[in-house]
Every structure is written in structure tokens, then in C-alpha cells.
Design a protein around this ligand. Structure first.
Ligand code: HAM
Length: 431
């Protein structure tokens, strides 16, 4: 046998059948909660023109400077999307929504790619649940979007999460803040790492993003944007907090919260799972009130977030919540009690499937005992045992694997019988 030496690229993993139920559960929870709030699913392309990300995420950011998977083809440069917002806004504009119905709510669940150093909760291919509400500056929409993020974690049973909130301001207050940060950093900029020194010149706020502990230590006491907000932006921030309080949602004001992407304005927030350690954000988002315009559309505000599934899964595992998510398995296991019954087993399994009942059977000619052991372990609801005597009597043994009860049923009724047992009950009357 030749040895298989191929492995998935570093920082990327396969989602194997035993993990799929959990992933589907996360996807279904995301879709259900987004649907309840009128967010429509969108599935943009995985590959975009590189310039889309340079323009939106920003040239002087970790993502664009260090983390993009980029490929050149002919005269064009394409990048595997490192995040979802830019592509969703691009699709929104391309499809003409901005002209027809500017207020649109979208969600998407899918893979993103960043060439990061793989570590706990950080991968090079990872899945985000992305939510974008385009076209409104109303602070209720900020609160609604933040609530959708926390509703997702609540529905999964995750507790002890922190919602950190800040405002990045916009326009005049951002300019004043930038100058204050520059004045704060200038005296000790020479003590920073090389990247910080170059960012000080090119995009001074990004210096505060540095993960380097010795640089971070120099940022204690950095100015807070909240002290520089215009009255209008301060009122917007207060209104968002007021609406969140109306929803009973506790948030932690965090003046040090600067997101790692350039498009943010006004509200920014992150949800942290403290158990994840240094990189504990499992959700990040905020307003991006100029991105639609910067990508060639009209001047429309927007707000959104993305939840990372990698961190969410770790948090679920640490709380022991993963095993509670039921595995999916076929409803029926069709077993043969003896030899020469293969064709009957094969036919019965297919009849069940034709009636919409999932069924599997043994193809390895195992002994009945071994088949029943498999049926028990496989999470199936019923075992149907085809035996020589039953075959002669025109019947099948039906075993309820949950209740451990057994009953002989006429062969020509068994498919209907099993289908009826598996059907959900009738809906209750209204009123
Ligand atoms: P972000 O903070 O870059 O924001 O990513 C959001 C979340 O995605 C993070 O909090 C984290 O959970 C997860 N994430 C990011 N990188 C990785 C990685 N390498 N491995 C695993 N998980 C990761 C955005 O992406 C914005 N587009 C969010 C947004 C949407 N803002 C407005 N709308």
C-alpha cells in the first residue's frame, strides 16, 4: 500500500462526518435567528478582485499587509476573501439594490481565508456567520444587530460572554482623535517595533492594534476616542446603549476597542469568551458608514458583525455543550437474521427510502448479533429484522431501539407503519 503523505494545508481542516451535525446546528441556528429579524441569506463569491479588500479593509492593516491569499492570473489579481463585508457590499451594489431598495439586511455563513499563525481559535480557513444591515443610521439597527449576535450565543447555551462596546467616531472627531493618538505616541515611538514605527507614519490608529506585548505596554493611558466625540456621535452612541438596555443586554464600555479593519465608523463592538485567552473575540463588528460610497455606491450607512465558528466551537467544547448536539443517523437499520436474505434486506431498505424513511443495511454479511450491536451504536431509531421464518410468514420484526420493544409486523404494512411512527404529530388547534 502506498502511504498517503498529503495533508490539508496548515491551519485548515476538514469537517468530518462526525462533526457535521454540530456545524449544521450552528448554521441552522444562525439562519433561524437571522430569518426572525428579516435578514436574507446571500452567498457572494469566494474570490474577489484584490483591490476590493485593499480599498475596504485598508492598505495598512494586518489583513491586507500580511494575511491575504492572493493569486495572479494574467493581468488580474484575485484574493480569497479574508472577510465577508466587502464582498456583500460589492454584491449589493452590483445587483442594484442601492438604487431599488437601499435598506437591506443580509446574512451569510461561509469560509474565509487569512494567512495567520495558526493558534487556539485561529485558523487559515475559518467559517464566519456574517450579518450586514445596509442603508440605515438608526441606532436601533445597531442594537438589533448586536442583539442578534448575543441571541446566537444564547441559543447555543454559551454563557459568561462579554459584549464590549465603543465608538470610533466619524469625520471631525476621528481627525481630532488621530491627532491626540499621534501626540501620545510620538515621544516613545522609537521604542516601538518596526511595523509600529512605519504605521505611525501611514495610519497612526493601527499602532494601537499591535499584538506585541512590549508595544502594548507603551499604550497604557492612550487617549480615548469617547473624549473626542462630536455631540452628534456621542448622542448616537448613547442611543445605541439605551436601546441595548431596553433589550436587557449588558455591555461593557471599552475605550480601548479599536477594530483591526479600517472601514469602521461610530459603533464598534466585540463579543469575548474569556476562556479563550489572549485572542478571545468570537465576534466583532460595527458601523461602516462610508464603505458603500467608497466602493462606488451612494452614501449609505451600514452596520454588521461576523461571528467566528472556530472560537465558538472551542467555547462550546469547554462548557461541555458539544455532546448535547444530536448526531444525524438513518432512522432504520435493516438486518438479516441468517444467510440468503440479502435481496430481501436490500429491497426493504429501498422501499423505506422511497417512503421518505432513511435506512441503511449490512453489506458485510455480519452475524445478526454484530448487526444489532451496530444498529444500537449507530443512533438509529428502529431495527427491522428480516428472518427466514418471518419471510415465510410474510412479516418482519420491528425493534424500537429507544424503547427496547419488539413487534412482528406484516411485511406489506411495515413501511407504512414505520413512516407513520416517524411522522411528526398533527399541529395543535389555534386558540
Ligand atoms: P473580524 O474581527 O476580523 O471582523 O472577524 C470577526 C470574527 O471572526 C472574529 O471575532 C473571530 O471570531 C473570527 N476570526 C477572524 N479571524 C479568524 C481566524 N483566522 N480564525 C478563526 N476565526 C477568525 C470581520 O471580519 C468583519 N468583516 C466583521 C464585520 C461584519 N463588521 C461589520 N460587518
Amino acid at each position: 500500500m502506498t502511504q498517503n503523505t498529503f495533508r490539508a494545508p496548515r491551519g485548515m481542516r476538514d469537517i468530518l462526518p462526525e462533526d457535521v451535525a454540530v456545524w449544521k446546528h450552528l448554521e441552522a441556528t444562525a439562519g433561524r435567528l437571522a430569518g426572525l429579524r428579516g435578514f436574507q441569506e446571500i452567498r457572494p463569491t469566494l474570490l474577489e478582485e484584490t483591490a476590493l479588500f485593499t480599498r475596504s479593509v485598508g492598505e495598512v492593516t494586518d489583513i491586507v499587509e500580511k494575511e491575504m491569499f492572493t493569486l495572479e492570473r494574467g493581468d488580474s489579481s484575485y484574493t480569497l476573501r479574508p472577510e465577508g463585508t466587502a464582498g456583500i457590499v460589492r454584491a449589493y451594489l452590483q445587483a442594484g439594490y442601492a438604487k431599488r431598495a437601499p435598506v437591506q439586511r443580509f446574512f451569510h455563513v461561509g469560509p474565509m481565508f487569512r494567512y495567520e499563525r495558526p493558534q487556539k481559535g485561529r485558523e487559515r480557513m475559518f467559517t464566519q456567520f456574517d450579518v450586514e444591515a445596509i442603508g440605515s443610521l438608526d441606532p436601533r439597527v445597531d442594537a438589533e444587530v448586536i442583539r442578534l449576535a448575543t441571541a446566537f450565543f444564547e441559543a447555543l447555551g454559551l454563557e459568561g460572554l462579554e459584549v464590549r462596546l465603543n465608538s470610533m467616531g466619524d469625520g471631525a472627531d476621528r481627525d481630532r482623535y488621530r491627532e491626540a493618538v499621534r501626540a501620545f505616541l510620538a515621544p516613545r515611538i522609537a521604542e516601538h517595533c518596526e511595523l509600529c514605527q512605519s504605521r505611525f507614519q501611514r495610519n497612526v490608529l493601527r499602532v494601537l492594534d499591535c499584538k506585541n506585548p512590549s508595544c502594548r505596554a507603551l499604550h497604557d493611558g492612550a487617549p480615548s476616542i469617547l473624549e473626542h466625540l462630536t455631540a452628534e456621535n456621542a448622542a448616537h452612541f448613547d442611543a445605541v446603549r439605551g436601546h441595548l438596555a431596553d433589550l436587557g443586554l449588558k455591555t461593557i464600555p471599552d475605550a480601548g476597542l479599536v477594530r483591526g479593519l479600517d472601514y469602521y465608523t461610530r459603533t464598534v463592538f466585540e463579543v469575548h469568551a474569556p476562556a479563550l485567552g489572549a485572542r478571545s473575540a468570537i465576534c466583532g463588528g460595527g458601523r461602516y458608514d462610508h464603505l458603500v460610497r467608497d466602493l462606488g455606491g451612494p452614501d449609505l450607512p451600514a452596520v454588521g458583525f461576523a461571528i467566528g465558528f472556530s472560537g465558538t466551537l472551542i467555547a462550546l467544547e469547554e462548557l461541555g455543550l458539544l455532546s448535547a448536539i444530536p448526531q444525524e443517523s438513518a432512522s432504520c437499520y435493516v438486518a438479516a437474521a441468517g444467510e440468503g436474505l440479502e435481496r430481501e434486506v436490500f429491497r426493504l431498505a429501498e422501499e423505506l427510502r422511497s417512503a421518505g424513511v432513511s435506512a441503511v443495511y449490512d453489506v458485510e454479511a455480519k452475524a445478526l448479533k454484530a448487526q444489532m450491536k451496530l444498529a444500537g451504536k449507530g443512533g438509529h431509531r428502529f431495527a427491522l429484522v428480516v428472518g427466514p421464518e418471518e419471510l415465510e410468514r410474510g412479516s418482519v420484526q420491528l425493534k424500537d431501539l429507544d424503547a427496547q420493544a419488539q413487534q412482528e409486523i406484516a411485511r406489506d404494512e411495515v413501511v407504512r407503519d414505520v413512516a407513520a411512527r416517524l411522522a411528526p404529530g398533527p399541529p395543535g388547534p389555534v386558540g
